[in-house]
Design a protein around this ligand. Structure first.
Ligand code: NDP
Ligand code: 8X3
Length: 257
């Protein structure tokens, strides 16, 4: 008997973790829906995976577009609507300015993408998952959710939301077969810093200089591992840092002696 081929929707699949997740799940012959704003890298990835994945569908969508996100499921061809795994990965950090100097529009974009986009898509897909009693929501949070650092302000706050939202989803879904997980990566070399520094490659490269950061494939491997657990096992959260990273001590402003 043919086993069920999962349909996996990955947001932010045009680069970094999302693209790596697509490559990892394609090796299993999954059905993939790849979503982001940038059509060209999405299509290139779909072409690359054509021989491996059972099927690949590309959707150009801005996670901040409320109507598009809420209407996504109905806009999909009928045979693509029953999504088994949602990888809520699309997100970004913008800037490292201290809170009193930060650009409010940067904060709003992070909240609209990392929080509103994520909860809208989740809310749009959950009823179908519950009706089928099948589904796994895998959120991409961050170490910034738990560990503050200067300039992390709204970004860290948005990822703290993701962590608590994940836990509360699990509380609501107990009694169903649905699973909910949150992955919290630390320093990882993707386009993340280039986006954060608004295209300044030198500033972005400096973030990783002299380190061996996480790779996108490390996170994809973890997403895949979480999704591959037996049905009775729910991985609630996984925090991952590169070996070269740790927490800072307390910052204390001392009066001169
Ligand atoms: P990338 O910049 O490489 O990828 C980000 C992805 O998000 C892109 O595919 C981008 O696509 C998509 N995206 C951003 N904004 C939107 C939007 N409004 N609508 C649709 N898609 C959007 O970075 P990462 O792969 O590193 O980031 C993936 C996730 O991992 C993010 O949530 C990030 O916060 C998180 N993370 C990253 C860490 C790191 O150090 N790299 C560590 C911890 C967490 P496009 O621009 O084409 O829309
Ligand atoms: C990305 C990790 O430390 O840049 O979420 O916030 S960090």
């Amino acid at each position: 008997m043919k086993t069920h081929t999962p349909t996996i929707l990955i947001t932010g699949a045009s680069s970094g973790f999302g693209a790596a997740c697509a490559r990892r799940f394609a090796r299993d012959g999954a059905r993939l829906i790849l979503l982001a704003r940038s059509q060209r890298p999405l299509q290139a990835l779909a072409d690359e995976l054509a021989g491996q994945a059972e099927a690949v569908l590309v959707r150009v969508l801005d996670m901040r577009d409320r109507a598009a996100v809420l209407g996504l499921r109905e806009d999909l061809p009928p045979e693509w609507r029953d999504i088994d795994i949602l990888v809520n990965n699309a997100g970004l950090a913008l800037g490292v300015a201290p809170a009193h100097e930060a650009d409010l529009e940067d904060w709003e974009q992070m909240v609209e993408t990392n929080i509103l986009g994520l909860i809208r898509l989740t809310r749009a897909l959950l009823p179908g998952m519950v009706a089928r009693n099948r589904g796994h929501i895998i959120n991409i949070g961050s170490t910034a959710a738990s560990w503050p650092y200067p300039g992390g302000n709204a970004y860290g706050g948005s990822k703290a939301f993701v962590a608590q939202f994940t836990r509360n989803l699990k509380a609501d879904l107990v009694g169903t077969a649905l699973r909910v997980s949150n992955i919290e990566p630390g320093l990882a070399n993707t386009n993340f810093s280039k986006t954060r520094f608004k295209g300044d490659a030198a500033q972005a490269d400096a973030v990783y200089a002299g380190t061996e950061p996480l790779r996108a494939e490390d996170i994809a491997q973890t997403v895949h591992w979480i999704a591959s657990q037996p049905a009775h096992v729910n991985i609630n959260s996984v925090e991952i840092m590169p070996t070269c990273q740790a927490w800072a001590g307390w910052a204390v402003d001392r009066a001169p002696t």
